[in-house]
Design a protein around this ligand. Structure first.
Ligand code: SAM
Length: 242
């Protein structure tokens, strides 16, 4: 019999809900009957305000998508206590477990949101709000007929880029070769992103980079790793209309 899930949080609970991303005073922000994009425009709060209780501005804002068991996010948050970390994860259980670990560790610079990253990026995050984004080993959906379920697709990359600050960094990793090829194309084709390794599609290793939980398993199994290091350009690119 599996161990039963513990629901209590032994300390501060840093989980957020989608409503926390909107100004409570703004009626249109709470009206989800209309297009969400309108609500976002009407009442989006700054990401910094979600950390105002525990961090003194100015501070950088880092997003990790699909944190899994959360080892990487916990390590980063402990190493950089003056930086704000937002973790987005679709699994309720994983969010709950990391909320418990954060409380036990007494870390106050992390906020967690249980949601699909695609929705968070499209509907909740304000433009130019992120200094850094990590997407580590997002599900590869290896069957050809499931390719469309992969997180990193051109439309998602474009929306995510708009949420990054100019000059902000994007780190992506995968162990899956076909997914790596798809990611390479999606990132290269986003005109507002620039690669830190322009003569290579990806890097097989990034010296000094911390390992994630799944990564430890893939390394032990001898799987090939693919790392992508991109940055949003530091100046506005004027798209040429056809
Ligand atoms: C293969 S695991 C990797 C976990 C962790 N990043 C690591 O490297 O150890 C992928 C994680 O992404 C989460 N995930 C999958 N699709 C997601 C989505 N659309 N939005 C947010 N999280 C997602 C899964 O629940 C899972 O925890």
């Amino acid at each position: 019999m599996g161990r039963s899930l513990k629901y209590d949080i032994p300390g501060d609970d840093w989980r957020l809900s989608a409503l926390d991303f909107f100004e409570a005073a703004s009626p249109e922000a709470l009206d989800f009957s209309g297009p969400v994009a309108e609500a976002k425009k009407g009442g989006a709060r700054s990401i910094e305000s979600l950390f105002a209780q525990t961090l003194e501005p100015p501070f950088e804002v880092v997003l990790e998508i699909g944190f899994g068991r959360g080892e990487f996010l916990l390590d980063l948050a402990a190493r950089f206590p003056g930086t704000a970390f937002l973790g987005v994860e679709v699994s309720f259980k994983r969010v709950l477990k990391l909320a418990r670990k954060l409380a036990r560790a007494g870390l106050t610079n992390v906020r967690l949101l249980e949601a699909r990253a695609e929705n968070v990026v499209r509907d909740l995050l304000p433009a130019e709000s992120l200094d850094e984004v990590w997407i580590n080993f997002s599900d590869p959906w290896p069957k050809a007929r499931h390719e469309g379920r992969r997180l990193i697709q051109p439309a998602f990359v474009s929306e995510l880029t708009q949420c990054m600050k100019w000059g902000g960094q994007l780190h992506v990793a995968t162990d899956d070769v076909p997914y790596a090829e798809q990611i390479a194309i999606a990132l290269k084709e986003e005109t507002e992103l620039t690669s830190g390794h322009p003569s290579h599609s990806w890097l097989p290793e990034v010296p000094g980079r911390m390992h994630t939980g799944y990564e430890e398993e893939w390394r032990a199994a001898g799987r090939p790793l693919h790392f992508f290091e991109y940055r949003r350009r530091s100046e506005v690119i004027h798209r040429i209309s056809p």
